[in-house]
Design a protein around this ligand. Structure first.
Ligand code: HEC
Length: 155
């Protein structure tokens, strides 16, 4: 009984079935377009797409909150430096200055600032960890760290 119903439906949709079949087949061909690729190439693409989105979000936050002091190129001469006693750090040489390894954790903590302020008292850079709501701060800071890492000058 079940079988005959399935067969009837399949036959009834003969034309559509064939069209769908062709579409499915073309998709298979498209999906298999890079026969030389390793299996994990797809995974890498997904990962780098996610990274790209994170970096774009970080860039947007950077331009909104940081560029006025650190400048849009992140080299430390933004429009607001005249009002500061310390020059904002050049954020494009952090990797170079740290022996070729990007100091992600330190950068995160300097942006967050909550620990730093407890240890050293007030600083010129805002304590960003207190500027954004607690449930938002971690994501925003991580995105900005990813952006800053993406703009490091070659060593
Ligand atoms: C009001 C100006 C100002 C703004 C806005 C500002 N900074 Fe800073 N930043 C500074 C100054 C000045 C320093 C140097 C250290 C100090 O005196 O606080 C600094 C230091 C840093 C450091 C430490 C670099 C190192 O050598 O480890 C990082 C990272 C950083 N800023 C990132 C950011 C990010 C990301 C933002 C935006 C969310 C931002 N800053 C916004 C002024 C600013």
């Amino acid at each position: 009984m079940t079988i005959s119903i399935q067969r009837t439906r399949w036959h009834a949709s003969g034309w559509w079935g064939r069209l769908l079949g062709m579409l499915f087949f073309s998709l298979l061909i498209l999906a298999g377009c890079n026969p030389g690729d390793e299996n994990n190439a797809g995974t890498q693409d997904v990962a780098s797409a996610a990274d790209a989105v994170t970096i774009r979000h970080g860039e947007a936050s950077y331009m909104m909150y940081c560029a006025n002091c650190h400048d849009p190129e992140a080299e430390g001469f933004g429009d607001a430096v005249g009002n500061l006693t310390t020059l904002p750090s050049d954020l494009t040489t952090l990797k170079r200055d740290n022996g070729g390894e990007f100091p992600a954790e330190r950068v995160y903590q300097s942006i967050d600032g909550r620990i730093d302020v407890e240890a050293h008292g007030p600083r010129e850079m805002p304590v960003w960890g207190n500027v954004w709501p607690a449930d938002e701060a971690d994501q925003r800071i991580s995105e900005i760290v990813a952006y800053i890492e993406s703009i490091q000058k070659p060593i």
